[in-house]
Design a protein around this ligand. Structure first.
Ligand code: ASP
Length: 324
């Protein structure tokens, strides 16, 4: 009985301590001026995508519309070998696309292993808005897209077919760090109303096995949004982002009071600690935005960058990294 009472007492006190710490960090956040609207996205292609997203944000539009509009620019670019049309195919020569989207109400929609439709992000948006489901894959996702009026087209461009035929000569499957064989666009935004949303879209790892799905369409891995706390997106070798539930972990670390940069750094450090044999040969990068418009990023290796656009900045920033 005494022991139980002691236990209860210490639990109550430690609970109070956590609550007090949480409250003081929340009070601190609340006193900061909120930087909005703002949009951030992964890699060089983020600059152009942010410009399109800004069209929506600057007219006081919703963050979810901004991120969908923004990443479609990258999906539409046939010269981009990692997203949408022109994306490098799998080892069978088939282009398969993955994407997901999440809004301020924590509604989410996702498609994976989608073929012949160049804007998977908009199909994911339709899954979110028009179905009782979160995720549709493969043939079911394609049929749904066609029913919703999306046009079917060949996504394998001459350039990516040539690259695939070249790869076939040696058939060496080794994802390379920061090279254009895996460079998703992940975008998160905070709108004028103070709401967060995010989108993530990719053709996945080049020369992947047919049927392979990475982190990008997985809610909690490639993307996560909690409108009370923040949003996070990921890029890099998806298998390792999935293994640590990367984006969700980072939002939860932010909930505990970490800044976006610190939260991204801790997630990378956890990956490195858990996979000491693997991390040297693979890249993973995280990008996060808080409810107050503070942002940050971190990657395993040098080379990950991200684009930021707000009322007073428009730039490409090199993310800090762990190193080898
Ligand atoms: N995360 C993506 C995937 O593994 C690729 C990337 O971001 O580079 O499919």
């Amino acid at each position: 009985m005494t022991n139980r009472r002691k236990f209860l007492k210490s639990t109550v006190f430690s609970g109070l301590a956590v609550t007090t710490a949480g409250l003081s960090s929340m009070a601190c956040e609340a006193s900061k001026p909120i930087k909005k609207p703002i949009v951030i996205s992964t890699w060089n292609h983020g600059l152009e995508a942010n410009t399109a997203a800004w069209e929506v944000l600057s007219k006081k539009g919703r963050a979810v519309d901004a991120v969908e509009t923004g990443v479609r620019v990258t999906e539409d670019d046939p010269n981009n070998a990692t997203v949408g049309i022109g994306g490098f195919p799998d080892r069978d020569g088939v282009v398969t696309l993955d994407a997901c989207i999440m809004d301020e109400f924590e509604n989410c929609g996702s498609v994976a292993f989608l073929q012949n439709i160049k804007n998977p992000i908009s199909v994911a948006r339709k899954v979110m808005d028009d179905t009782p489901h979160v995720m549709l894959v493969g043939e079911g996702a394609r049929r749904f897209a066609v029913e919703k009026g999306f046009k079917e087209e060949n996504l394998l461009t001459e350039k990516s077919e040539k690259a695939w035929k070249n790869w076939l000569k040696n058939q060496d499957y080794k994802p390379k760090i920061n090279v254009e064989n895996h460079d998703t666009i992940g975008m998160v935004a905070l709108d004028d109303m103070g709401n967060l949303s995010g989108a993530c879209t990719t053709s996945g790892a080049a020369w992947k096995m047919h049927g392979r799905v990475g982190d990008s369409p997985i809610i909690g891995a490639g993307l996560y949004v909690d409108n009370e706390v923040g949003a996070c997106t990921a890029t890099g070798l998806g298998e390792f982002v999935i293994k640590i539930c990367g984006a969700h972990m980072i939002v939860e670390l932010m909930r505990q009071g970490l800044s976006p940069s610190e939260a991204c750094k801790q997630a990378v450090e956890r990956l490195v600690r858990k996979y000491p044999e693997d991390y040297k040969d693979l890249q993973v990068g995280f990008l996060a935005l808080s409810k107050s418009g503070e942002y940050g990023a971190y990657s395993i290796h040098k080379g990950f960058n991200y684009a930021v656009k707000s009322n007073d900045e428009e730039e490409l920033i090199d993310a800090p990294y762990y190193g080898s």
